[in-house]
Every structure is written in structure tokens, then in C-alpha cells.
Ligand binder design. Structure first.
Ligand SMILES: Nc1ncnc2c1ncn2[C@@H]1O[C@H](COP(=O)(O)OP(=O)(O)OP(=O)(O)O)[C@@H](O)[C@H]1O
Ligand SMILES: [Mg+2]
Length: 404
């Protein structure tokens, strides 16, 4: 008997919690996921953010049931699904390497899952889903007659139309140009709040993660380094990796020389940098402190009589104007290169390369990290090439699709 569409929607309305409990995935000679704990509440938009090779796709494949964990448990809606097959999980995935049925029209591609489940108004629902991604006008074409970005949106429609309790998105916007990408980000967010599903979105684009998600988890080497609301992660990073991967940070390392009930002072090149204790992960010994570039102010003269932290003089080595703001690089003896973002709110009086300037910030914007930046640390550490794996994954998917 045909399942009615309202019951499909009913299934979806719930959205489901997802929990990973101590999950590890070891490939021969390589640990891709290391003792991962993750709780994603029902109905939330959760982003997994990290550099190439950190284990994002592997995490999704584990949740989707395409990969078996070496250790640990996976729960969906409170139910242990660790030992179930991918077909038994209320999960749909939009893969990094999407694959459409080449011999079917776009509409047939989107309706495929519904038809297989013998849902009566499959075609109507598929049309609605195509409307959602603004591709109703290409419904009768074949995938090869679409651009890469359009195909990616079809893949999205095909997943959303099934109203899975949990939708896994692996870089679903990767092939789109910047403008379409921004537009699709907003649309995806709308779709998510409209249908109330739980979204687990994987990306290495920090801006995308911050715009779209309620909660962002920053992943590095198969582990979650920090997790929280985008603003919280940005304003108070706890590790040097997060401080550098999510936005930019100026980091300075020195000894804690003094502390009070609420603050500590870190000595760097003879300057006492004050950090609130509740914004510091470590309160004694050698500590790395940071401040975001937009929190730093440039001064022509040494500012006096304020309770701001002041460093300098330094010399402007670079000034790049980007319309709304100017990014300055200032070489400050003992502090290295310091980056400053200044909003272009006043006419004239911009600092130029060669100018001597002082820098200041309010102590409440400083943060103290758990660790220190390693020499090799940067945005693209561990840039393991996963390209060949993506190709392999795509070939496997295509084979699976051909069979079904
Ligand atoms: N089947 C496999 N056999 C061996 N190693 C694997 C396998 N699959 C993944 N890996 C390794 O596990 C690590 C994580 O891979 P994964 O595909 O999860 O990365 P990712 O975070 O999705 O990266 P990207 O942003 O490049 O897509 C990589 O170092 C990769 O080389
Ligand atoms: Mg990946």
C-alpha cells in the first residue's frame, strides 16, 4: 500500500538527535577519527569545520552507515544504530561528490527515492523540491545538460525531498561560484528552518560555517578542538588552531608576571598584556595570548592615560584597502607582524607604509590559549590529499546507483 505524503512529512517533522559516543575510525596504519564525542540536538543546524583531511567526510560516512566505526557508538533519535545498515537509518546524504542517474531526467532523479518508497504524489513533491532550489525549469533535462552547480542543487533537492530526520551535507556548495554559494547558503538555512530537520553540514569554509550554523565544531586531526555558537568560538577561541583557522588572530607568547583576582598580566617584550582570567585557559607559566585584528586601534601618537593595552611604536609595512575596511600589517619590535582591520569610517588620515604607529586594545578583548602556535601551524596544516578518495567514493556511488 502506498504511504501517504503526510506521514512522510510527519516522520520528518521530528528531526532527530544525533550522538557520537567515543567513536574512532582507524584505517590500516592511519587513525582518521580519534575518540569523537558529539551531541547534535534535534532540529539544529550543525557545522563541522576543519581543514582538508581532518576527518569530516569520514565522520559523515560513519553516521550514514557507509563506514563502520572501529570503536564507539552512534545514536540517532536516542536509538543505537551502530550495527544497522545505511538503508535502515533515517539519514540522507548530499555527498562532496554527488552522483545523479545519467539516464533519468532531473525530475525523475528527484522523485526516485519517493517512487521507490511508493509514495503517491512523488512527482508533485519532487516538483516542489525543484522549486525550492529554483530549478523547476530544467525538470525535463538530463543531468549532462546541466552545469556542475545546477547538478549540485539537484542533488540537494533529491535529498531534501525524502524529508530524512537527519540530513548530512558534505560540502554541498563546493562547486558553486561565490554569489550563488552565498545565495544557496541562505536558502539552505531557510529550507532547514522551514522543514525543521537536523542538518549536519561539513565545510572547510569558515565563513560558510559561521553564517549558517547554530553550532560549529572545529575539527583538527580527527578530533573536535572546540565547539559552540559561532560568536562564542570567534570571540573566545581556546586553542591556537581555532584562533588561526576561524578568522585571524594576533598571537603573542610570554610569561605570566602578575595576577589579580580577575586578571593576569603576560610579559611580552617588556609590555604587560592584561588578560581577564575568565578568558584565559591557562593562568600561569608561559602563555600565548591573542587579540583579533578588528579589536586593535592604530594611533599616530602614544595614547596615554587609558587602561588599554598599548604596544609600539611599530612601522606599517602593508596597507590594503578593501572598500569597507583596510587591513594593515605593522612590524612591532618584539611582537612580530601585527594585523589590524580598520573600518573606513573617516575620510583621509589613513596610515601608509612606512608610517610609525602605536597599537592599542581593550584588555577585555584579549584571550589566553591552552597551547602555543607550532612552527608549522597555519590554515593548511595536514593538507592530506583526499582527491583520489573522492574519486573512488564517486565511482562507488555511481556503481551503486547503476545497480538500483
Ligand atoms: N578508505 C581510507 N583508507 C585510508 N585512509 C583514508 C580512507 N578514507 C579516508 N582516509 C584518510 O583519513 C583522513 C580523513 O579523510 P576525510 O575524507 O574524512 O577528510 P576530510 O576532512 O573530508 O577532507 P576534505 O576537506 O579534503 O574533503 C585523510 O587523511 C584520508 O587520507
Ligand atoms: Mg571531505
Amino acid at each position: 500500500m502506498a504511504e501517504s505524503s503526510s506521514s512522510v512529512r510527519g516522520f520528518a517533522e521530528a528531526g532527530a538527535d544525533l550522538s557520537l559516543v567515543g567513536v574512532s575510525k582507524r584505517f590500516p596504519g592511519f587513525t582518521a577519527i580519534d575518540d569523537l564525542f558529539l551531541d547534535i540536538p534535534a532540529g539544529s543546524f550543525f557545522a563541522l569545520l576543519g581543514p582538508s583531511g581532518c576527518g569530516k567526510t569520514t565522520t559523515l560516512r560513519l553516521v550514514a552507515g557507509l563506514e563502520e566505526p572501529t570503536q564507539g557508538k552512534i545514536l540517532i533519535g536516542g536509538k543505537d544504530v551502530t550495527n544497522t545498515t545505511s538503508y535502515q537509518r533515517p539519514v540522507n546524504t548530499v555527498f562532496q561528490s554527488y552522483a545523479l542517474f545519467p539516464h533519468m531526467t532531473i525530475l525523475e532523479n528527484v522523485a526516485f527515492g519517493l517512487r521507490r518508497r511508493r509514495i503517491a504524489d512523488a512527482e508533485k513533491l519532487a516538483k516542489e523540491a525543484l522549486d525550492l532550489v529554483e530549478l523547476a525549469h530544467v525538470a525535463s533535462r538530463k543531468p549532462s545538460q546541466l552545469s556542475g552547480g545546477q547538478q549540485q542543487r539537484v542533488a540537494l533537492a533529491r535529498a531534501v525531498v525524502n524529508r530524512p530526520a537527519l540530513l548530512l551535507l558534505d560540502e554541498p556548495l563546493g562547486a558553486l561560484d561565490l554569489k550563488l554559494r552565498r545565495q544557496m547558503q541562505l536558502e539552505l538555512k531557510d529550507i532547514q528552518s522551514e522543514v525543521g530537520l537536523t542538518f549536519l553540514h561539513v565545510t572547510h569554509d569558515q565563513e560558510e560555517a559561521m553564517t549558517m550554523a547554530d553550532t560549529v565544531a572545529v575539527m583538527n586531526h580527527g578530533r573536535i578542538e572546540q565547539m559552540g555558537a559561532p560568536e562564542a568560538l570567534y570571540e573566545l577561541p581556546t586553542t591556537s588552531f581555532v584562533a588561526a583557522f576561524l578568522g585571524q588572530s594576533n598571537l603573542f607568547t610570554g610569561d605570566v608576571t602578575d595576577s589579580s583576582a580577575t586578571t593576569m598580566t603576560v610579559g611580552v617584550a617588556g609590555v604587560g598584556i592584561v588578560v581577564p582570567l575568565d578568558r584565559a585557559q591557562v593562568h600561569r607559566g608561559v602563555v600565548t595570548v591573542g587579540v583579533r585584528p578588528e579589536k586593535v586601534t592604530l594611533h599616530r601618537e602614544k595614547p596615554s592615560g587609558s587602561n588599554r593595552t598599548v604596544i609600539g611604536p611599530g612601522r606599517v609595512t602593508d596597507a590594503s584597502f578593501s572598500g569597507v575596511s583596510t587591513q594593515y600589517t605593522i612590524a612591532v619590535p618584539g611582537f612580530g607582524d601585527v594585523t589590524v582591520f580598520a573600518q573606513n569610517t573617516s575620510l583621509g588620515d589613513h596610515a601608509r607604509p612606512g608610517d610609525e604607529v602605536y597599537l592599542s586594545w581593550s584588555p577585555e578583548h584579549a584571550f589566553g590559549l591552552l597551547d602555543h602556535p607550532s612552527v608549522s601551524s597555519g590554515k593548511f596544516v595536514a593538507d592530506t590529499d583526499t582527491g583520489s578518495l573522492v574519486v573512488a567514493e564517486r565511482e562507488k556511488l555511481e556503481a551503486e546507483l547503476e545497480e538500483s
